[in-house]
Design a protein around this ligand. Sequence first.
Ligand code: 4NP
Length: 155
Amino acid sequence: MTVHVLFVCLGNICRSPMAEAVFQQLVNEAGLSEQIKLDSAGTGSWHIGEKAHAGTRRILEEHTIPYDGRARQVRPNDMMDREQFIIAMDESNLNDLQRRYGDHPRLYRLLDFASQTGIKDVPDPYYNDNFETVFQLVTDGCRGLLRHIREEAGI
Ligand code: 4NP
């Protein structure tokens, strides 16, 4: 069985590519790269085809985490896969997905899986350049998400 995980933010250039890269690193370290497959997408279309934002690329480089994905928009097919985990970065992304595609049994916010309670939304660094805070939150959420998937899938 292969578990598919799709990270979703607004532009697919700041937060969801960072989550995809961090999670891929964790998956690789756990030796689960054949069992867990990742992707990311944006609810918006403005940045389709672009590389990740310079701030995201810089923070990933600082942590020696590779990423070379390009932005794409969420497709209806993404939401038809009932087995896929859809991981939104904030409540606005979650609401957009539900409004457009209806309910999905595995639609979560990344910080639903974080160890620190209280903050549920990964703040958008596009406007305030706070990529370090975003990296810490994303990493915390990704660790919890991997634990959840491993328990649920028995891997
Ligand atoms: P992201 O950040 O959703 O984390 O990729 C944003 C990127 C672009 C825009 C907004 C947020 N934008 O308005 O173009």
